[in-house]
Write a protein that binds this ligand. Structure first.
Ligand code: ATP
Length: 364
């Protein structure tokens, strides 16, 4: 925290719909903080993204990294544009670079539909599902230490990297999370150990860490079976921990089960830093049209306030996070708000206004 104000937050509006959903979210955070009696955050806006790369030749400038490094938390909206690419054809992804830069190995992706949002799964037992996909976010098939290779137009190869130190930290994080959630107190490791040696190793490390957390249940399942469980029996999941690429795919499935990308928040957490950002990308197809659903961004901001509150023992900051989350749930009370994403007419401004009004109605 800076001396005379609140937590220092590095803000990356990024590309596409990023700018549209950032500023109103900052205003909501300020209102929630004021209501909870928490100090107002101290914002530092940072340049990064595809447009920045196109105009200045760098996707993530050093001064933005330095600002993020010095901040108490990092709030990021969306980055990348399909039309702006590195010479080798890859998209600009500073959000992934930040994960590598700060060692943000634990990608926390809650799957918890908002009660009033149209239900995707028909089974009544799926209506109050509440679990977390914990996506390893620095290695696996995204490992920067093993860039893919290409042999002309003949073949291309990728390498998957699974390391013991990261796995151990990730699995310990998963067991602590299952403990703190106080629900089923169970961690499911999602792998493909029947086919890949790297996943057999992953499973071996998982089982060793599970033995160190005897109070929490542990099981290992194959990723294909787990994808079915997410649809057929999601109430059986508590914390599911998975490799980077599997987590990327499964968390989009989780987002769809919550109503769409605009509803899925996330946090990428390391030992010293954390980035909070919606699971979605920059959605260039709807950018500038006022159609973006900002709910995932608002819920990511609530996760940031929770994390800051817990980490710095600031009850008021954690309370601001809880107020923001309660305001989102109230704004989406049945019959109130149907977003454009779900075929309704509530665009970006309507969602922000409804959450802002609901915030004023919450008991601080
Ligand atoms: P990335 O790989 O960077 O995560 P992506 O390729 O998965 O991005 P998104 O930008 O997330 O793509 O968009 C996927 C689809 O979801 C698009 O049709 C987009 O319009 C929609 N979408 C994404 N975010 C939102 C949002 N906040 N509100 C409404 N629709 C969204």
């Amino acid at each position: 925290m800076s001396s005379n104000s609140g937590f220092r937050v590095a803000v990356f509006p990024g590309d596409g719909i990023g700018a549209e959903i950032t500023e109103p979210t900052l205003r909501l955070i300020e209102r929630a903080a004021a209501r909870a009696g928490a100090p107002l955050p101290d914002w530092s806006h940072c340049d990064a993204g595809a447009v920045h790369y196109r105009d200045h030749g760098t996707a993530l400038p050093k001064r933005s990294i330095a600002t993020a490094d010095a901040a108490d938390a990092i709030l990021l909206a969306a980055m990348g544009l399909p039309a702006v690419r590195y010479p080798d054809g890859r998209e600009i992804t500073p959000q992934i670079d930040l994960r590598m830069e700060f060692g943000l190995y634990a990608g926390v992706r809650p799957v918890k539909p908002i009660p009033g949002v149209r239900r995707v799964l028909a089974d009544p037992r799926a209506h109050d599902i509440d679990y977390v996909i914990l996506r390893e976010s620095t290695e696996g098939l995204f490992a920067p230490q093993a860039p893919g290779t290409r042999d002309g137009d003949r073949e291309a190869r990728e390498t998957m990297v699974i390391t013991r130190p990261i796995c151990e930290k990730l699995f310990d994080f998963a067991f602590r999370l299952a403990d703190a959630r106080g629900g089923q107190r169970k961690v499911t490791s999602v792998d493909k150990a029947n086919v890949f040696g790297a996943f057999a190793f992953w499973r071996e490390v998982f089982e060793a860490r599970a033995a160190a957390h005897p109070g929490i249940g542990a099981e290992s399942v194959y990723v294909d079976a787990f994808a079915m469980t997410m649809v057929q029996k999601p109430w059986s999941i508590d914390v599911a921990v998975t490799e980077n690429m599997f987590g990327d795919i499964l968390s989009d499935l989780g987002a769809a089960l919550m109503g769409g990308m605009g509803y899925a928040p996330s946090a990428d957490i390391g030992d010293t830093h954390a980035v909070f950002q919606p699971c979605h990308g920059s959605a260039p197809d709807i950018a500038g049209k006022g159609l973006a659903n900002p709910t995932a961004m608002i819920l990511s901001a609530a996760m940031m306030l929770d994390w800051l509150g817990t980490r710095h023992a600031s009850r008021e900051t954690a309370r601001a996070g809880a107020l923001l989350r309660a305001a989102v749930e109230a704004a989406f009370a049945p019959g109130r708000l149907v977003t454009c994403e779900l075929g309704g007419d509530a665009g970006t401004a309507q969602v922000f206004a409804a959450v802002g009004d609901a915030l004023e109605r919450q008991d601080a």
